[in-house]
Design a protein around this ligand. Sequence first.
Ligand code: TNX
Length: 490
Amino acid sequence: MLPLPLVPFPADVDVADAPAFDLSRAGLRGDPDAATALRSTVAARTGIDLPDGDAISLAVQDGGPAESYTLEVETTGIRITGADAAGLFYGVQTLGQLVRRDGERWVVPAVRIADAPRFAYRGVMLDVARHFHAVDTVTAYIDRAASLKFNVLHLHLSDDQGWRLELRSRPELTERASATAVDGAPGGFYTRDDYRAIVAYAASRHMTVVPEFDMPGHTHAVALAYPEIAEAPVTDVITEGAIPVAGEPYTGTAVGFSSLRVHDDATYAFVRDVFAELAELTPGPWLHFGGDESHGTTPEDFAHFVARASTVIADLGKTPIAWHEAGAAAGLAPGTIGQYWGFVTPTDAAPEHARAFAQRGGRVILSPADAIYLDMKPTDDAPLGLTWANGPTSLERAYSWEPTEVVDGLPEDAILGIEAPLWTETVASLADIDALAFPRIAAAAEIAWSAPAGSERTWGSFRARVGGLGPLWTSLGIRFPAVAEVTWTT
Ligand code: TNX
């Protein structure tokens, strides 16, 4: 028999020797939000519109770790109990994965599951700067990620190619620097209400939005709106792609050429304005200020900027997050979270920078680029994606790494969690997102959620289980590539 198609694999699964539960005779009662989520998944998968009734019960019951749940499927009934609303929601997602055809019937196998996450922070990132992605694309990606038990959506809201969030304090940003994107693609931006709608939609799926304004590099777009706080582009760091011109929108994909002026008060007035307004619009605890690839800034200037920007955010009552390079700054605000984007087997100073966050009371989010950068090509001949992170990233490579083994001296409790970024130099639509994110996003989900020692935490088991999710993904409208590493159920 095929294994149960559960990804991420739950902490504890007991298959019972009893007839399956028949969904066609089911009715539903309990928590209304969870009921809506379950009805929508079951309708998409089976066409069945679950009526009110008693067979399936959904409840929050205090006790147990955050986000945990139990799911009991018996021949005559199903009970999901969440320790909190998120846990109940995750129990519903697990149930959705178990629904299967049996001849003419839709059934759920008899099973008892008790489950809780390994890491508290389980993120996906979407770059809406290189290509702009409209609100409905973002909400579709939220649904995909939430179904795999991710609980953070990191939005990369600014880069050299565009500024994507309208601000009252600095309206020139979107007026002058949002109309274009990579390679002549249309630009765009979120109004404050659009952003609030994304935050609310994410919250309804138990995801927290982490917004990022990237600085002091990746700021060519800022320079279109406020040339007085920007340095001229440094073009000798560009090894490929178009050369930027001051005052003109940048539609190439080179990195590292732009910088804010780091010793000007006007720069910090800008930093305060944009993060104060972002803090006001963002209910979550974190604000990300970038800090990556500032090749156009000297190390001393970079350290000076990072100290001031991280302090601005901490003073707003939020926890700053920065890419790992910022760990080099002695004056980094205590408690700042670092995001590691080096390789699984590090090749540079990234681990030292990552450890520096933990040494200052912060923790680290792991995004090893050659494992879970979803924008890497999955195979040599894939039409979309980049290859700089050790060439194409197979599903097996996306799965086969252990968080505590990446950065020496970074124990499990110094790791806040895992995040799978999707940079969008080659990604223009939801279909493109699906083509690159799936199925590797499922590998990232399991690394973030599932206990490392479990007997099912092996590539062989994962590969068999993920193949069984094909029909569910198809019914949810996900256009995933049927990669040859997996035998897909049809
Ligand atoms: C590196 S990873 C970047 C991004 C690019 C990405 C492409 C990081 C912090 N910076 O600017 O989009 O590579 O994979």
